[in-house]
Design a protein. Structure first.
Length: 209
């Protein structure tokens, strides 16, 4: 099954005021004021979408820029465009929590409180690997909760392979597809070239895309 959204201390999901990206897909009205915590791909996509729908959006990221890991020029372009569209982009933020109707955090300017109707937490997703018998089978799980594999997608147990969201690689359908090809070709005794993760194309569906 798909990985579950991660929450943060002080921002536990309640499905009403503090939402995961999954919860956000079930709301029946656009909030007037919303904070999106997490400036990665998912956070930027939802911040952009909510702004397009008319919400007043504050995008809050702990790193010193949004879209960490993306080309810096691209990230600057997205941040600049977001600002022109009325999205407040906050970086270098340390979240204190959601108190009453305000998201409390600190950044380079000091302690701040932003009045919002909803908080969307988009700080990543964790694989669903527990409780399915992997430990009993002797399959190694890494500290992040992912199944440990080698470049040919072999787990620590001979004859068992893992691909996609349960391994610590980009959570993208085309990555899982490529990993599956590598795994099957290895099963067939071929010698496939492992997936080149530094060459994976990303599509981040915000505006600009």
């Amino acid at each position: 099954s798909s990985p579950r959204p991660l929450d943060l201390p002080g921002l536990a999901f309640d499905g009403a005021r503090v939402l995961s990206s999954d919860h956000l897909l079930t709301i029946d009205a656009v909030p007037e004021r919303v904070a999106v915590v997490g400036g990665g791909a998912i956070g930027c996509e939802f911040a952009s979408l909510l702004a397009d729908f008319g919400a007043r959006v504050t995008l809050v990221e702990a790193a010193d820029r949004i879209l960490p890991g993306v080309d810096e020029e691209v990230a600057r372009t997205v941040a600049r465009t977001f600002t022109r569209r009325g999205i407040e982009v906050v970086t270098g933020a340390v979240i204190a929590g959601f108190e009453g109707a305000a998201l409390a955090f600190s950044d380079a300017t000091g302690e701040r409180r932003v009045e919002v109707d909803r908080v969307v937490v988009a700080v990543g997703r964790r694989p669903r690997c527990e409780g399915i018998g992997l430990e009993a089978a002797g399959i190694e799980i890494g500290p992040s909760g992912h199944i440990v594999v080698d470049p040919w997608m072999r787990t620590s147990v001979a004859g068992v392979y893992a691909v996609g969201d349960v391994v610590a690689t980009p959570q993208l359908a085309h990555v899982a597809f490529a990993e599956a090809i590598t795994a099957v070709r290895t099963m067939l005794g071929e010698d496939p070239v492992p997936v080149a993760y530094d060459r994976v194309p990303w599509g981040i569906y915000c505006h600009p895309e």
